[in-house]
Structure formats: C-alpha cells, structure tokens
Design a protein around this ligand. Sequence first.
Ligand code: SF4
Length: 103
Amino acid sequence: MKNTRRQFLIMSAAGAATLSLNNLAQAQAMVAETDPQAQALGYKADTTKVDTKKYPKHAAAQRCDNCALWQAKGAAAAGGCSLFAGKQVAAAGWCSAWAKKAG
Ligand code: SF4
C-alpha cells in the first residue's frame, strides 16, 4: 500500500514536470495569422504575402527581424514581439505596427 502511494507521488511529480514543459512549449507557440490581434494588425508570417492595397506603406524589405519590436537576438527563424506576449512571430513576417529598428 505504502509503495503504491509512493509510486503515485512519483508519477504525479513526473506529470507536473511534463505539464510545465508543455506550458513552456505553448508559451513559445507561433502567432497564427487567424489570431484576432494578428488580424487586427494585418500580421502575415511572410512579408511578401502582405496585401499592399490594404497596407500601401508596406515594403517587402520590412520584416519582423528588422522591426524595432522584434526581441530575438542574432539570427532566428522566429522570435518574440512585444505586441504578442508569450508567442513568437516569424522572422520573415510583418504587421502594420512595423517600425524601423534603430541603428
Ligand atoms: Fe513583426 Fe514588428 Fe509587427 Fe511585431 S510589431 S509582428 S516584430 S512587424
């Protein structure tokens, strides 16, 4: 009986560890273009797919990884953006809040 309880406790601890790993993975999920906030900002994971009629100031050279709000260091395919807390945007992405990175 004692052993079973101990095993249960060990299993629970393992379960909790798996759960927090899952949370971590979720925290780094990519922003979907269908996400309401992404839609409101006109976010596209591929800057070349942006509707230039809707966003005439957009230029293909504008990308998340050269935006002032991009948070990843060095070369990365995806990184954080201060507008999308807990999620990642594509390095080659774009949204209407794009602002030239200083320097
Ligand atoms: Fe990308 Fe900048 Fe828009 Fe964030 S604010 S999604 S980094 S273009």
